[in-house]
Design a protein around this ligand. Sequence first.
Ligand code: PMV
Length: 319
Amino acid sequence: MKATAIAPANIAFIKYWGKADDALRLPMNSSISMNLSGALTTTTVEFSSDYRVDSIEGTEFTSREKEKIVSHLDRIRKIGKSNLYAKVITKNSFPKGAGIASSASGFAALTVAASKALELNIPEKELTILARIGSGSGCRSIPDGFVYWKNGESSDDSYAYSLYPSTYWDLRDIVAIVNAEEKSVSTTDGMARVKTSPFWKERILGIPAKIQAVQYALKKKSIRDLGIVMEEDCINMHAVAMTQNPPLFYWKETTMAIIHAVRRWREEGLPVYFTIDAGPNVHLICEGKNEKTVIEKVKRLHGISQLIVNRPSLGARLV
Ligand code: PMV
């Protein structure tokens, strides 16, 4: 009754910011992402009658995070009609504290490993629904490559599926890790206040057209078309966060310096675009042929502690 799964983090081209249903983690809007080959979580789950409690090892978690993991095990035990406790061992390929969200890769790996350990054969669509309830964006880490998460009217209707496999387009996401001392506000807490921004509705109304634009850019493999709308939605999402009450400023000075540099490099003819999640790190999106040039340029900037280079990745899988 033991299984190991590996799952990637993902970067959203169109972001999820705000829930239509808090408990079910139904998003206000659909989103599109790419799985990241360099930001992986590997999780082993073992259920046994020898265990008297659930235990979690390998990564340090806050008590709130631990509760979320145990609740997720409960969900899977309920499906499997099991009352066995579990030992969970989980490791990230990226350093904790680097500001790379590990909840998406973590909940995707946990969902796949725990359901297999209980010998449940859950189809991919249902796995994405289950992962979503653990961590919203986690549902996008289950299917391969480039992934669409449908907002949906009900829990069964809000799932993720692959638009294209990881081999479809040789993109890069070069993550510039920005030195930051303070911890960012969790996405759950941040999103809970979304409606205090006067701009949230405007952003949501603009999403269907942006989703279409990203789908078209993916179809054409046009980095320019993808980059323009991806940056626009990133800025929109952060504008909403910054105008919530209390305001959420995820960007640091270095974040802003990278944004300006990317725009300058583009003027000089280098097709590279940025997007930013709920933290100060900047994801630089470019085509594989420009990876080296982007890395050389970004290395000359100050305030960046490390770079994580990602290609499009497979989704969650058993190992
Ligand atoms: O699913 P969460 O709670 O990790 O929220 C993800 C929120 C963003 O990273 C800011 C946007 C996204 O769609 O990934």
